[in-house]
Design a protein around this ligand. Structure first.
Ligand SMILES: NC(=O)c1ccc[n+]([C@@H]2O[C@H](COP(=O)([O-])OP(=O)(O)OC[C@H]3O[C@@H](n4cnc5c(N)ncnc54)[C@H](O)[C@@H]3O)[C@@H](O)[C@H]2O)c1
Ligand SMILES: O=C[C@H](O)CS(=O)(=O)O
Length: 450
């Protein structure tokens, strides 16, 4: 469906159990066919080039099937191409290392080294919100490492994955290396779990589903990129204009449906009123509405049910004492960017992942207090800290329990070659092609008794 107009834009097949079995069988069989690192490099690089050639077509697909503003959708295509380019380069750099076993008494005449071998068949399951780049963050490294992939994109945003498979095919990817299954998550998920030829599950999505997979995968590798209720700290020495601008951008891009979207903002008491006023002005200046308009910043949510949930969470918070600075209204499938204050930690809008265009403003005084408040979360993906106080920045770097801390920017910062992944309820994997390849290969030691 077009997520803004709710008009039908495509009909997609629903995979059967037989399709799942066939996809895994093809994925398994193709592993016996040679696919050298340089061949992988060429296919990945060519697919990236094709993506850029077709950037507008792909951006339109993202805009329609996610409801993501077209300008942001174009940006996703550019990032996805970059992800594949990085994967292509990493395909040429996969290696093990020497191991000095001879240092052990009695092993003086032995030599050892490790090699990295592909895990085999990778089942990649991806979320709705970034349907091209997050698919590339699984498929790119998996292929670069010599694996084959069975890909299950989100039911509500399958078109990008299908288009990507077409581009890989055009770029010469051997048949069977990438197989796309569209349809119902729980059903296909169970059928994938039942396929013993799958060596690894690479999942990005909600903690609920991530736990479901992990509990059933047995001894197979499971890489989890899960949810977050991202915090950003605005210290008393922060550049408030920059901080307000970045918080507005990264609280509401993709309608807040981003795992590192700014959800909790902790502002030092001494600058709270000034920051709040600047944030309100920046938020109310955002253009909201039709995502196909080049000027739109905030489009619709992925489904009316999700809009209803967000509205319920906000209204519950208000009933518990939260105050609306701006927003908490809706226009069709769009929930207006909303800023709340007087928010308490027990409120859903604070302690859970809202995954919508809502940001809660809280205040603090002491450095240790705010670090403790940021850490008072089931999640730990990324956090932001606006300050020029290096000792506070380094204290936060050492004490804030996240996968990434972004100094003088928000939690929403990411470039595609950096290590990316969370702790606690945010998962256990690390993406970024170099790091995903390490997870998608097994290290084998070779010892030679000379
Ligand atoms: N950490 C990250 O990098 C990252 C990135 C994007 C989104 N996310 C998280 O993803 C969530 C939003 O995405 P979503 O709504 O698509 O998540 P979701 O968990 O509902 O769905 C994710 C994928 O899992 C599939 N799925 C659903 N039930 C399944 C099952 N029982 N077995 C196997 N697959 C199943 C879905 O079809 C979809 O393809 C948020 O929690 C967000 O924080 C995390
Ligand atoms: O939704 C979470 C994504 O990982 C954020 S990004 O699109 O990769 O920056």
């Amino acid at each position: 469906m077009n997520k803004y107009t709710l008009e039908k834009i495509a009909s997609i097949g629903v995979a059967t159990r037989g399709n799942v079995q066939q996809a895994v069988k093809l994925s398994r069989e193709v592993l016996s066919e040679p696919f050298s690192p340089y061949e992988r490099y060429k296919v990945l690089k060519q697919t990236a080039e094709l993506m850029i050639e077709k950037q507008e077509e792909l951006a339109q697909i993202i805009c329609e099937e996610v409801g993501k503003p077209i300008t942001e959708s174009r940006g996703e295509v550019a990032r996805a191409a970059m992800t594949l380019e990085i994967s292509a380069e990493e395909a040429k750099r996969i290696s093990g290392h020497a191991v000095p076993v001879e240092a052990a008494p009695g092993s003086e005449r032995r030599k050892a080294f490790t090699i990295r071998v592909p895990v085999g068949v990778v089942a990649a399951i991806t979320p709705f919100n970034v349907p091209l780049n997050l698919v590339c963050h699984k498929v790119g490294p998996a292929l670069a490492a010599g694996n084959s992939v069975v890909l299950k994109p989100a039911e509500v945003t399958p078109l990008c994955a299908l288009k990507l498979a077409e581009l890989f095919n055009e770029a010469g990817l051997p048949s069977g290396r990438l197989n796309v299954l569209t349809g119902n998550g729980p059903e296909i998920g169970q059928w994938l779990i039942d396929e013993e030829d799958i060596s690894m599950f690479s999942f990005t999505g909600s903690p609920r589903v991530g736990r479901w997979l992990r509990e059933r995968a047995g001894t197979r590798k499971v890489a989890l990129e899960l949810g977050n209720n991202s915090a950003t700290i605005i210290h008393h020495d922060a550049d408030l204009d920059t901080a307000a601008e970045q918080v507005a951008l990264k609280s509401f891009n993709n309608a807040g449906q981003v795992c590192i979207s700014v959800q909790r903002v902790y502002v030092h008491e001494s600058v709270k009123e000034s920051f709040l006023d600047k944030l309100r002005i920046k938020t109310e200046a955002l253009k909201v509405g039709d995502p196909s308009d080049d000027k739109t910043h905030v489009g619709p949510m992925i489904h009316p049910d999700q809009l209803k949930r967000v509205e319920e969470w906000v209204n519950e918070a208000v009933s518990q004492g939260a105050e609306v600075v701006t927003g908490n209204t809706k226009q069709g499938t769009v929930f207006m960017p909303t800023v709340l204050t007087n928010v308490k930690r027990f409120m859903k809008v604070c302690k859970d992942e809202i995954f919508g265009p809502v940001v809660s403003i809280l205040s603090y005084e002491g450095e240790d207090d705010v670090i403790n408040e940021v850490n008072d979360s089931a999640y730990g993906l990324q956090a932001g800290l606006f300050t020029n106080d290096l000792s506070f920045a380094m204290k936060a770097a050492e004490k804030i329990e996240v996968g990434g801390l972004i100094i003088n920017d928000t939690s929403g910062y990411r470039v595609d070659h950096m290590p990316y992944g969370g702790v606690k309820g945010s998962g256990n994997g690390k993406e970024g092609p170099k790091y995903a390849i390490e997870e998608m290969t097994n290290e084998r030691i070779i010892v030679m008794n000379l």
